[in-house]
Design a binder for this molecule. Sequence first.
Ligand code: C2E
Ligand code: CA
Ligand code: CA
Length: 538
Amino acid sequence: MGRKMTDREFIQRFDDALEKGYIYANYQAQINHSTGRMLGAEALMRWEDPELGKQSPADFIPVLEKNGLIYRADLYMFDEVCRFHDRCRKEGIQLIPISVNMSRFDIYNNNYIDSIEEIRKKYDIPVKYLRIEVTESSAIGGMELVSSVLSRLHSLGYIVEMDDFGSGYSSLNILKDLMVDIIKLDMIFIRGDIGGRGGTILSSIIQMAKWLDTPIIAEGVETIELADHLKSIGCNYIQGYLYSKPIGADDFIEYIKTIKHEPINVSISILNSLDSGRFWDPESMETLIFSNFAGPAAIFVYDKSDSSAEILRVNKKYIQEIGAGRTEKEFFENSPWDNHDEESRRDYENTILRAIESGDEESCETWRSICTDICGEEKICVKSNIRLIGRGGDKYLFYSMVRNITREKERLNDLVESDMRFRQAFEQANVYAWEVDVATREMKPCFRCMRDLHLPPLVKNYPEPAIEAEIFPPETADMYRDMMNKLIAGAGSMEAIIPLTVGRVPFHVRYTTEFDENGKPLKLYGSATLVVDSESSE
Ligand code: C2E
Ligand code: CA
Ligand code: CA
């Protein structure tokens, strides 16, 4: 009774099929052949027409792609998968990561990522339970475009799988340039030829994935012989009829209940064409440069899922710069967060998140308290410039260059403090006081001046703004300018009676000058006291 639908029928019936649920998801398990545990599943689109029966994705997917309908179909699938997770959660069933297919045509749709995020948030599904499968052919539209889509997915925490790897399109280059977390290898491209050329290709792809530290899932595995062979050459992850065909949601839930689950360990892949193997190799040029020619630096890993951090490597200069008596071992044994108080940690984590988002170098200054047997408790301030150099799943690898800026910070603090003391002292002494820097003509008033005369902490181009604000009577302005000029010329000290404040009360204004070692005026110290007060106290 069923028959294959025509292209026209696919297009005409599409809306109806979405609405009535003739289009839906099947799930196919991904299994670790060594442990028998489930790693996740792939959601595959199904279309069963009530009159014409089951249709093959090989027929309808290309039609949907050609007619601009695949975008809606893919979002519908994403929604289905989130709904499936939601159902599992409500029924108390273990959630497992499910891969969703992203058509290469979705790459051109700027809204794809925003849309899936909206759906994910609608159901409140943690991103680790959703993976995105892209195909090599996505790169046809240009590497920059796919790269930017992938890095955006990554920054949101999605794991990305490269589907149908090895089916064409200069695979090696693509792997080098695109950041994918998992490779899917379709056995169709190798089928039936394990002993010959196909076998050579297979083992070299697996070898290469090992170098890149990228897990491989072999797809379309139907026999135990093939699964065993794959295992013998280092590929344990299997998706195929051997374990399970794609099945409906109800059946799949029953399947999940019977099987144990384990995560795929996506390792950290090094960005920016750094070769990961060499990077960790103690004899390599990269290590040599890190240890001997770079400034104080560390490599650390940050886990976005639980905000934890771990230092993986430090160079000697790093220990000299901010070690504060700690040994290299202590850096590895303790969490770097141990030394941060809540505020510093927040500052540092925000910088990490900025660096993930921007892909650029970001910096922050944070205080840390370090406790060692030798030095006791010590506080140091560290300026860190950090850059993302790799990622895998929720884990992000960073290169951090540091500088110990404790001395600079302390000097600054001293300055700020002495400034405070100066301003406060006069508050208590019933005197208005201020200082004028001769070179810059900047005036710093005491608290009382700031409050009663409404002055800012720093007045530039003194005394003009004070004259303009009529802090003293306009007719005294020229006299006051003249007084300033004489002081700047080296008069040493001057005084005058000037009516001040709103009430124009007579004040005794006095100036004394501080000179540098060559006798040039540096600073003018001004004070104003009430005439009666000062007269009686003298
Ligand atoms: P794919 O993404 O490579 O999906 C794997 C295909 O291999 C599925 O075919 C699956 O049923 C089949 N398969 C899995 N294990 C075995 C096995 O052991 N033996 C054999 N002979 N086949 C196996 P399916 O479901 O017919 O899907 C075909 C293609 O249609 C998919 O290939 C994918 O490219 C596309 N597709 C499926 N669902 C979606 C979707 O939601 N969105 C998009 N854009 N494309 C989809
Ligand atoms: Ca797929
Ligand atoms: Ca595939």
